[in-house]
Design a protein around this ligand. Structure first.
Ligand code: UT7
Length: 340
């Protein structure tokens, strides 16, 4: 950690002093429609849209990796906040599709390419909950005075790890990156975070081979290095994860859903969000949705959504925003943010 990052001026910090001062996003230019997918696997635009709300997804070129998307999103967030990369104390990169398996951390590649010379860098693996975990971690670093400026990035290239012959999974995902700059401020900011894991469900969404449990070798079936998912099990978990996260954040902070302006849930399937709203009697209009254009971008979906909301003028100072992430792990959690 840099000297400046370790000695944030101002004395004792109030709870919730960490603030999101800017957001940014980047998606690769290539758009793949449902109709194009229907030429690859036995599916249709009608099935995909009616079962998920997805119309298209962005797909990275063959030579593009997670760090390439992350750097673009991070630059946009840093530029928006007018923060010099040299002032960043920590790069936290949430990804399940790192440039290299395990090492080095993709965050280090991003740190170098940004010119964040004083910064530490680490990857955070919590799948589709990664950005929520990242904001919670950044908030803890900033609130404790360990860091003054943390860059939180979610970047994914699921196009590289999905089985393009499996219609159960390949229609669901897209590539992209989103970033947030978290700094110390006074008053408004990240007020609370909750993080959970139900590891007993790990095998319902995972890559069986390629890690230390089943290393890639001459006999490894190629499909086993790709994403495997029990869609129905994940669906049921996801609906309850949204409700449990929102309820926990609200009750811990003496709030009701009426106090919340926006809920930004991980964009996995509009039916998951709609089912949670029906079950918990939440107003649908508070839940932002943009899965139609991007599909499920895993750890990138929430910062891409926040960036789009910011660009569209939907986020106003003083508004209460609840984020909810859920996915492989099975992990879930959320943040309560008072927008600055
Ligand atoms: O970030 C978290 C990541 N994952 C998720 O959030 C996924 C959570 N799960 C889901 O969103 C849903 O379960 C899916 C979208 C994956 C599936 O929707 P579903 O309504 O639960 O469909 P299903 O699995 O019950 O399948 C219904 C039928 C099956 O055919 P049969 O057995 O009824 O003849 C599937 O084979 O739909 C078939 N099917 C498809 N048909 C056309 C499955 N995928 C496709 C497809 N195109 N792409």
């Amino acid at each position: 950690m840099s000297e400046a990052g370790a000695t944030v001026p101002g004395g004792a910090l109030d709870r919730g002093a960490a603030q999101i001062v800017s957001v940014g996003a980047y998606v690769p230019p290539r758009v793949m429609t449902n109709d194009e997918l229907a030429q690859i696997v036995d599916t249709s635009d009608e099935w995909i849209y009616s079962h998920t709300g997805i119309k298209a997804r962005h797909v990275a070129a063959d030579d593009v990796a997670a760090s390439d998307l992350a750097v673009e999103a991070a630059r946009r967030a840093l530029d928006d906040a007018r923060i010099n990369p040299g002032d960043v104390d920590l790069v936290l990169l949430a990804t399940s599709t790192p440039d290299y398996p395990g090492l080095p951390a993709t965050a280090s590649i991003v740190q170098d390419r940004l010119g964040a010379e004083r910064s530490g860098a680490m990857d955070l693996v919590a799948a589709c909950s990664g950005f929520v975990y990242g904001l919670a971690t950044a908030s803890a670093f900033v609130d404790s005075g360990q860091a003054g400026t943390v860059l939180v990035v979610g970047a994914e290239v699921y196009s590289k790890i999905i089985n393009w012959a499996d219609r159960n999974t390949c229609v669901l995902f897209g590539d992209g990156a989103g970033a947030a700059v978290v700094c110390r401020g006074v008053g408004r900011g990240i007020r609370d975070s909750v993080l959970h894991s139900v590891g007993s469900g790990a095998a319902s969404l995972y890559r069986p081979a390629g890690g230390s449990r089943e290393p890639c070798g001459a006999t490894t079936e190629p499909d086993r290095t790709k994403l495997h998912m029990d869609g129905r099990q994940v669906y049921g978990f996801a609906v309850q994860a949204i409700i449990d996260t929102v309820e926990e954040l609200l009750s811990r902070n003496g709030l009701s859903i009426a106090d919340v302006d926006h809920v930004v849930a991980h964009q996995a399937n509009v039916r998951i969000i709609d089912a949670a709203c029906r079950r918990a009697a939440y107003p649908q209009e508070k839940f932002f949705k943009n899965i139609r254009e991007y599909a499920n971008t895993s750890a990138a979906s929430i910062p891409i959504a926040l960036s789009e909301m910011q660009t569209r003028g939907l986020l106003c100072s003083g508004q209460l925003v609840v984020t909810v992430g859920f996915g492989s792990g099975l992990s879930y959690g959320g943040n309560l943010i008072e927008w600055i």
